[in-house]
Design a protein around this ligand. Structure first.
Ligand SMILES: C[S@@+](CC[C@H](N)C(=O)[O-])C[C@H]1O[C@@H](n2cnc3c(N)ncnc32)[C@H](O)[C@@H]1O
Length: 190
């Protein structure tokens, strides 16, 4: 219970200081987290990279779904949230950094990325930032790899995806505030 309030308090602090980077009023619900995690390839050996984990609601479900903590790499830009995540998930590789630099942040792990799970607020980040992030996702994801993204509002702008990605799934999660759309794409071309 204490962790729950701490996470919400931290989230509130971040909204007040970095509203565009947070782009949400509340942490993700467990229903949204489960809907995201359902699309992670569970049997692979490659890395699962989570972008913008915030307070860790989705990180927690990723681990609960059976993904080994050694397979998980989490990238968060806020130093305050990174500190919180490191306390909450001591076994997970938590990287403080900007997803725009995803390739350099991953180093040699770049060669083996099976899945990207993103809570990045694509609708509130500047367009140029979104463009950079999408091109890095394109670059690091293996062929056949899966990109899972939620956005608030029920419409996902498929046009953010490049021609290297094929949109394969869409679902609205109503049990989240506000309701969110989960979208999944597969990398089909180098
Ligand atoms: C919608 S919130 C995440 C909500 C999260 N699922 C939760 O339940 O707490 C978006 C997160 O993306 C992070 N973020 C925003 N821009 C980023 C960037 N360029 N690189 C990495 N993280 C970023 C924010 O700091 C924030 O933690």
């Amino acid at each position: 219970m204490r962790t729950y309030f701490k996470a919400n308090f931290l989230f509130l602090k971040e909204i007040l200081t970095h509203p565009r980077a947070i782009g949400a009023a509340f942490p993700s619900s467990k229903y949204l987290a489960r809907a995201m995690v359902a699309h992670i390839p569970k049997l692979g050996t490659g890395y699962v990279v989570e972008l913008g984990p915030g307070t860790g609601a989705i990180t927690k479900q990723i681990l609960r779904s059976g993904i080994d903590s050694k397979r998980l790499i989490v990238v968060e830009i806020s130093p305050r949230l990174v500190k919180h995540l490191k306390e909450k998930f001591p076994d997970v590789n938590i990287v403080e950094g900007n997803a725009e630099n995803l390739d350099t942040l991953l180093g040699d792990k770049i060669a083996n990325v099976d899945c990207i799970v993103s809570s990045l607020p694509l609708k509130s980040l500047p367009k140029s930032t979104v463009k950079n992030i999408i091109s890095k996702i394109d670059k690091v994801l293996s062929i056949g790899g899966v990109y899972i993204q939620f956005t608030y509002g029920v419409f996902f702008q498929k046009k953010v995806l490049s021609s290297k990605m094929q949109h394969i799934f869409s679902k609205i999660v109503w049990w989240n505030f506000p309701p969110a759309a989960v979208n999944v794409a597969k990398k089909i071309l180098f």
